[in-house]
Design a protein around this ligand. Sequence first.
Ligand code: EPU
Length: 480
Amino acid sequence: MSTLTNDAQQTSGDQNRGSDQNPGSAQNRGSAQNHGAAVGLTADKITIRGGIPLVGRIEVKGAKNLVTKAMVAALLGETPSLLQDVPNISDVRIVRGLLEVHGVKVTEGDEPGDLILDPVGVESAHFAAIDAHAGSSRIPILFCGPLLHRLGEAFIPDLGGCRIGDRPIDFHLDVLRKFGAVVEKQPNGIRMSAPNGLKGTKVELPYPSVGATEQVLLTAVRAEGITELKGAAIEPEIMDLINILQKMGAIITVDTDRVIRIEGVERLEGYRHRALFDRNEAASWAAAALATDGDIFVGGARQSEMLTFLNVFRKVGGAFEIHDDGIRFYHPGGVLKPVIIETDVHPGFMTDWQQPLVIALTKAHGTSIVHETVYEQRFGFVDALVEMGATIQIHRECLGGHPCRFGQRNFNHSAVITGPTKLHGADIVVPDLRGGFSHLIAALSADGASTVSNVGIISRGYENFITKLRLLGADFDLEG
Ligand code: EPU
């Protein structure tokens, strides 16, 4: 049994907030301890005794990839906003800290997960304060449009994020320049100003980037005139951000073929919004159910945003039941089957789903292929699986389907998984958020004990994952 489940002690108040929880230097950013500590997880290592099916019910709250952007959107309002179903994860803490250093008052509301964001006192923040609060998140880049509207200037420090490729911000900078921002590179970050205000523009993205689409939306809603965005990302989290902006008073039209039109308005109000559920967390628990021969009811999960995942889950041999209040994911018995997956932008198979599912594919009878077309380096987590007994080869070629933009370059972005293999316990180190959760699944499904280090990083996107593991019957101990 678990002896310590210290993320159950996560605080919802102000205690853990502020610069003492966030590293003050670029070197310190992104360490597991800092991520976990920000949400009350003091352990960095977990020893898991695998082979026990995960069974039970857990709940998912609002999507990390929507909630953090919704918090930034509150900067655009003249009145306070209420965001509901906010998970207690370290990425939320980072955005909260960044909003607070810019003068936004952030308080908890009546219900657990309610966050009230009052932007009335928005002010410029000192460079050092922004740098100290930025953590390893990429969200600061999305502050630029709203801050340029409100204050005429913005600063972003060097950005972090998961180590899953270069993750450049060139699309973001190009977009901001098109709106009229002056972008100045400085030794420790980028300063922006808008001496003549921001004006609507025509943008065509070279790739349907989620972040760059959000950049356009958050900037165009208050820019003067009309903005036309071609090549937009249309992920459900983006549609929910559009819902929020419309509630605030924005005029946004979503046309066919990835075209979004925005008519700038002079004033936006605060919003009241319940965040879209976290489909990435839901898919991760689904994959955990399948890999451990388990049965997990994910409260809050919905079918329509997971359609593509559910098809693949069924093809592999998993079963699910759709309920009004969630989805039950389970292993129905029988052998798992191999699949060919290509990750893609919505409505394709999400890149964030592939790592957790790969663990189940090591148990499938036959050869599976995963072609990663969104990030060039998202197979860093595989080395540990091979050490645990999986047969996985990584290739530079585009395997399994269409050539992608990484094909003629030197990126190991296709995986061939041959199964079934039995995983055995090992000492492994979490490389990034989704890879980290997949390491947990691997350890939970393996024979014997595994020690997984650097687990704090998982707190970036999985609320109370230690408590949830305990609820599902996992057998583990935590170490500091
Ligand atoms: N890209 C550029 N230049 C840019 C921006 C992106 O070349 O200026 C490239 C990226 O390097 C990447 C591709 O475009 O190869 C897609 O990046 P995108 O901008 O779509 O991703 P993002 O906005 O940085 C969000 C999520 C990711 C998720 C992706 C794809 C957040 C905070 N992050 O990232 O989530 O994988 O969209 O859906 O919303 C995660 O949750 O673990 C995670 C990594």
